[in-house]
Design a protein around this ligand. Sequence first.
Ligand code: ADP
Length: 446
Amino acid sequence: MFQRVLIANRGEIALRIIRACTELDIESVVVFSKADAGAKYLEQADEAICIGPGPSAQSYLSIPNIISAAEIADVDAVHPGYGFLAENAHFAEVCRANNIEFIGPDVDTIRRVGDKAQARAAAIAAGIPIVDGSEGPVEGDEEALEVAHRVGYPVLIKAVSGGGGRGMRVAHNDISLISNMATARTEAEVAFGDPSIYVEKYLENPRHVEVQILGDKHGNVVHLGERECSVQRRHQKVIEEAPSPAVTPDMRKKIGRAAVKLGKSVGYHGAGTVEFLLAGKKFHFIEVNARIQVEHPVTELITGVDLIKEQLRMAAGEQMRFSQSQIRIKGHAIECRINAEDPDRNFVPSPGRVTRFDAPGGPGVRVDSHVTTDHWIPPNYDSMVAKLLVRGDTRDEAITRMRRALDELNIEGVATNTGLHRRIVRNAYFVQGDYNTGFLDELLST
Ligand code: ADP
């Protein structure tokens, strides 16, 4: 096992990784930018190293700065968390070239699945249905029109290197397709440094269902069931739950097997997620996330598997400790992403000082947060301040528990989306499990 790990991330996920390291008796070294200096969670690590000023490009996204920190700290591995450099194949390559293990899959695997067009090709090769669309990146207008006419409007233009629900555009006819293609290319270039785009059928209000996989370096890959992530605002997840109210035991077996098959076909090791859209009773592959995800704790709560500890074990070369049949799903878990954003101003980020932070507690409640009373939320990063999670024996129990936990949660000093969560968990459609990716945008427009 590793002796010392550098955490190349910030906030709640940095703290989550520190905690896993501590429990495994691994020393943790966390990096931080000047904007995060003084944050309490940094004290939980064995060492904290400043890697630059607030802007991510000069700190959390700076490969030279992070590699220097890893060398100074003399670590044997780097955990990238999610976001920032987590799916950056070049960063993984540089780490390994410096004899520092990158906690994630092989460089080739990251490249292959990170390119959405290549990931689609890998899914087809593994016999998994994908959303109908272009075979690879789309070069010119003619090609895009051909695809759109074949699959039928509406279509979705997506960035090959996209992520975070950004850079997607819907087109309903030839004119909007051509004009949106140009904008999508420019946006993709700015946001992801790659103008390549592809076109796929836009499914009307599907459900987003994803499968957690875990692989070791010896060819074993298992799945840990699915997560339902259809409560989204503008294609970004707001609430996740597991298991999905829409997935039957038979479907669970099928998509689980499909995800494992895909994982094996690309030589996957570490923790990863295979994402699908569920339209009617049919699953369509959309992408692979080659990293730990924000919503991983809902899976932890129903399987009892600590995914971060497993990532560390897998990266250190250990054998998988359980077989597929030993993974049991028990109970129901829900996660609410608590963001510092202003519901009265169209959910714009609301950075600033948290003057009071009272976390809920009691049976079945878990709060993953780096925030405390007096914490300063810098304007530079993601606005998520806490992940509020509950587990219940049944979905009904989880929902009533979440209502109670949300009522106990009290954050002062900054605006948050807590009120929106309180509304969602009381909504009749949510309670019935009858919702799709269009649910929240519709709720907000009424
Ligand atoms: P990202 O990598 O940017 O998160 P995803 O491919 O995971 O992008 O898609 C994010 C969300 O966008 C999905 O959960 C879904 O709500 C919506 N979406 C993506 N592809 C489609 C599609 N073909 N049809 C309808 N909605 C889609």
